[in-house]
Ligand binder design. Structure first.
Ligand SMILES: Cc1cc2nc3c(=O)[nH]c(=O)nc-3n(C[C@H](O)[C@H](O)[C@H](O)COP(=O)(O)OP(=O)(O)OC[C@H]3O[C@@H](n4cnc5c(N)ncnc54)[C@H](O)[C@@H]3O)c2cc1C
Length: 384
């Protein structure tokens, strides 16, 4: 069964199709209906905890669809000090273990960015199109997202021979989004819409619950301490950025005996090329390690020898907020609706807009319920 989202005049529409493409069922999320009810009744106070790519995009999705909400973003750190600021920004999810829901979030993100790509903002927000290689040490099945990115094809035997130690591969074209440019742009758009920003570290979600009607929790890796979610752990990465304008394609190597992103990758950005290939699970060290730098260099130069002389222009360490699955659901803390949106691992840029849209739907439902409750005390709990 596949799940096809599309935007309609009245909201979001999903059509499920069975394996031979027959339409099986149709679900309609009438976002505008929820907001219309809510808008007529009362202005709600909404807080987004987290100023990373997930928090800011969630804030924008709520604000664009619900202009009357009084929205505040509270975060300990904002751009340029969030995880996304250092990420390479390739739009590509995990290879095979992708749920139907994640495919939908990917599709929404891809569609949204494809629309932005056609606007005059594209270069300002660090958005561009790039082709490149995923190479493997053995033959592998195709990924479930092969029809979402563009031009998916298998490498020919001759092409695969270019990459020592890798015998099989795919060539695709995808979008790239550099958060160092995108996050300032999102911040500016939110400020223009009257969203307030507060820089502070909170000790628990209940700290904000008493002051707001709805909380949207996008605290990334901090969910481990803020919510005691032991399923969240760091996936430590190091990136060396080099000046190498002759590199025009991304190269992601996959050694199937290790976890994702634990073998060399080379990803060109708009101005510099990111070299990486570490995903150290459970490692909280944000300091730079020489031995890891050597590993990254050795791996990159083995793949593309011309990188040997490339000038280093930046070094960055980041912790991916790894979780078995992204947590995107409604919860209640001290009687306040809380929408969780965290645990995006190495794919937060890839899924950000789809998840933000889904969080906005959940927030709208919560606000709609509160508004209805305000006007009538006889709303059935089941609508909550
Ligand atoms: C080396 C590396 C490379 C990557 N490359 C890619 C890539 O190419 N493509 C891709 O899709 N993804 C990539 N990622 C993953 C991506 O960067 C993350 O998934 C994404 O940035 C997570 O965003 P977030 O907003 O959830 O978390 P964060 O950016 O970590 O933001 C969390 C926010 O919550 C705030 N916060 C936390 N605790 C508190 C508190 N107690 N009080 C107040 N505020 C709090 C923080 O200050 C911050 O503002 C990469 C990650 C790394 C480390």
């Amino acid at each position: 069964m596949t799940f096809h989202p599309s935007f309609t005049r009245s909201g979001l529409r999903f059509v499920s199709r069975d394996s031979v493409g027959r339409r099986a069922s149709l679900h309609q999320f009438t976002i505008t209906e929820h907001f219309r009810t809510f808008r007529a009744l009362v202005t709600m106070k909404v807080v987004v905890v987290g100023g990373g790519v997930v928090g800011l995009s969630s804030a924008l999705c709520v604000k664009e669809r619900c202009p009357q909400a009084e929205l505040t973003v509270v975060a300990a750190e904002f751009t340029p000090n969030t995880t996304g600021d250092g990420a390479a920004g390739i739009i590509q999810p995990q290879l095979w273990d992708v749920t139907q829901e994640e495919l939908t979030w990917l599709q929404w993100t891809f569609d949204h960015l494809s629309r932005l790509y056609k606007t005059e903002f594209s270069s300002q927000i660090g958005l561009f199109c790039q082709s490149g290689y995923n190479v493997f040490d053995r033959e592998v099945p195709d990924p479930p997202w092969k029809d979402i990115v563009h031009g998916f094809r298998h490498l020919t035997g001759e092409e695969a021979k270019k990459f020592p130690g890798y015998s099989y591969g795919w060539f695709t074209t995808t979008l790239m989004l550099e958060c160092r440019s995108y996050l300032p742009w999102l911040t500016q758009r939110l400020k223009e819409k009257g969203v307030k920003f507060e820089q502070r570290k909170i000790a628990s979600l209940s700290e904000v619950c008493s002051d707001y009607d709805v909380v949207i929790n996008c605290c990334g890796l901090s969910a481990r301490t803020l919510l005691n979610d032991q399923g969240v752990k760091p996936g430590r990465g190091q990136i060396v950025r080099v000046h190498a304008p002759w590199i025009k394609h991304f190269l992601l190597t996959h050694n199937l005996s290790t976890t994702y992103y634990n073998s060399p990758y080379i990803i060109p950005g708009i101005n510099v090329v990111a070299l990486g290939g570490l995903n150290q699970l459970g490692d909280w060290d944000e300091g730079w390690r020489e031995e890891d730098e050597k590993k990254i260099w050795d791996g990159a130069v083995e793949m593309i020898p011309s990188l040997k002389g490339a000038r280093v222009v930046g070094k960055w360490t980041g912790l991916r907020p790894v979780r078995e699955r992204i947590r995107l659901e409604r919860d209640t803390v001290n009687d306040t609706p809380v929408i969780h949106n965290y645990g995006h691992g190495g794919y937060g840029v890839t899924y950000h807009w789809g998840c933000a849209l889904q969080a906005a739907i959940l927030a709208a439902k919560a606000m709609d319920y509160i508004a209805a409750k305000t006007s009538s005390s006889r709303v059935p709990k089941s609508r909550y």
